[in-house]
Design a binder for this molecule. Structure first.
Ligand SMILES: *Cc1c(COP(=O)(O)O)cnc(C)c1O
Length: 411
């Protein structure tokens, strides 16, 4: 191993027993037998629980924690998370059906996303779910449906802020965006909202995803609160809910470290009292997807063949980009980098070699690890991709090339 090259953050969340990674208390070869087939995703429920506990310890007690379901919408995971967090954020009608099966009151579920269909809106209104409105046009449609159903819809305004979240993997606010209502248009929209008689809940201000820099999040939180207080002055009724988004990142690639949660929490503790004074009825919500579930999950596939081509070793596996697009580097990455990968049944092996891990698809894009140093592997061994609990299976083109899908287990 070259010590000067940037390394992956150590994947210490899972124990190793007798050379095998232990997920959900079960050594990987046994877990593969239990699940009955590779490839699969496995999510460790104790790690999900531990992560929420860690957040609760660092964030001020006034902060409500919501789970953004699109990161991992597996119903078993959502039910488990429902026992830990204070609410759910959904981004489709399909997610809403899973969310409504949890014990949460519909008022603890909020529905964001542009282009909501008529059915999305009517089902959400009928259910009593809070609609995070993405435009003035959407608000007019909601008002029409509410009158038709004889229900007063609960609505919040998703604001496209007048600032950007610095160093974010994916910017979701600032500048022209398909998300949310431009901050400068919000006062006018609040006036119309009052005319329409909708039940105003508050604001949702989400500026980006996958941020590893505490200072950037601190800056965003400060600006988000200031913006919310400024906008609240134009509301006819009190702000009941202030959702400040999420964006907490996890380390995927060599050279990336873990987010300083303590620093983010300390800054929130400093800011929250002023917000509570300015908006005394507002419940302050942080919504997180990736940060809650990503590190608790692994993707596991089996080596079918060890192939040598012109001196380069390829581990050909039964898994690939059709199950895990992000690990292949094709889900929004600009430059392809390796996820943390290991041979999960040979964690302590002394003999190592530099290999590329590929899948069965007929495209060079089907690459899970590019020239990585791993334990020397042979057919039957289990390749593990870490950091796979979020944006894994449901963010992948499962139908591409008509191979079987991956299984999923919450362990
Ligand atoms: C995707 C999304 C999230 C979750 O983002 P993460 O980076 O996974 O934490 C939260 N809120 C909204 C509105 C989203 O669209």
């Amino acid at each position: 191993m070259n010590p000067t090259r940037p390394q992956h953050a150590p994947m210490i969340q899972f124990a190793v027993d007798n050379g095998s990674l232990v997920v959900g208390g079960v050594p990987l070869p046994r877990l593969a037998e239990r699940i009955g087939a590779t490839p699969f995703y496995a999510y460790d429920r104790s790690k999900l629980t531990a992560r929420v506990g860690e957040l609760r310890r660092h964030l001020p007690p006034e902060i409500h924690l919501h789970y953004a379901m699109k990161a991992n919408p597996m119903p078993a995971v959502v039910q488990h998370m429902a026992g830990l967090v204070d609410g759910l954020d959904i981004a489709s009608g399909g997610e809403m059906q899973v969310a409504l099966d949890t014990p949460f009151a519909p008022g603890e579920i909020s529905f964001a996303g542009p282009g909501k269909s008529d059915t999305d809106l009517t089902t959400a209104i009928a259910a009593g779910v809070v609609l995070n409105m993405e435009s003035a046009f959407e608000m007019e449609r909601i008002a029409v449906f509410g009158r038709r159903l004889g229900i007063v819809p609960k609505v919040a305004i998703r604001v496209n802020p007048d600032f950007e979240l610095k160093s974010s993997g994916m910017k979701m606010g600032g500048g022209p965006k398909q998300f949310g209502v431009d901050a400068e248009m919000v006062p006018e929209m609040l006036a119309r909202l009052a005319e329409l008689g909708l039940a105003f809940q508050g604001f949702h201000i989400y500026s980006g995803s996958q941020n590893l820099k505490a200072e950037s999040l601190q800056d965003a939180h400060e600006k988000t609160f200031a913006l919310a207080i400024r906008l609240a002055a134009h509301a006819r009724t009190p702000v009941l809910s202030l959702n400040i988004g999420g964006g907490f990142g996890i380390p995927y690639f060599p050279g990336e470290g873990r987010l300083d949660l303590e620093a983010v929490g300390a800054n929130l503790k400093r800011l929250v009292p002023d917000v509570k004074r300015a908006l005394p009825e507002a419940k302050i919500v942080i919504e997180l997807g990736r940060y809650l579930v990503a590190e608790a999950g692994v993707y596991v596939c089996r080596v079918i063949e060890r192939k040598v081509s012109r001196g380069q070793v390829f581990l050909v596996t039964d898994g690939g980009l059709h199950h895990h697009l992000a690990a292949s580097g094709n889900f929004g990455q600009v430059i392809r980098k390796n996820y943390p990968v290991a041979v999960g049944n040979k964690m302590n092996a002394a003999r190592r070699e530099t290999v590329s891990v590929v899948g069965p698809l007929c495209t060079p894009l089907d690459l899970l690890a590019d020239q990585m140093e791993l334990a020397a592997a042979e057919p039957g061994d289990l390749v593990v991709v870490f950091q796979s609990g979020a944006y894994g299976m449901t963010a992948s083109p499962a139908a591409f090339l008509s191979h079987p899908g991956a299984r999923e287990a919450l362990v």
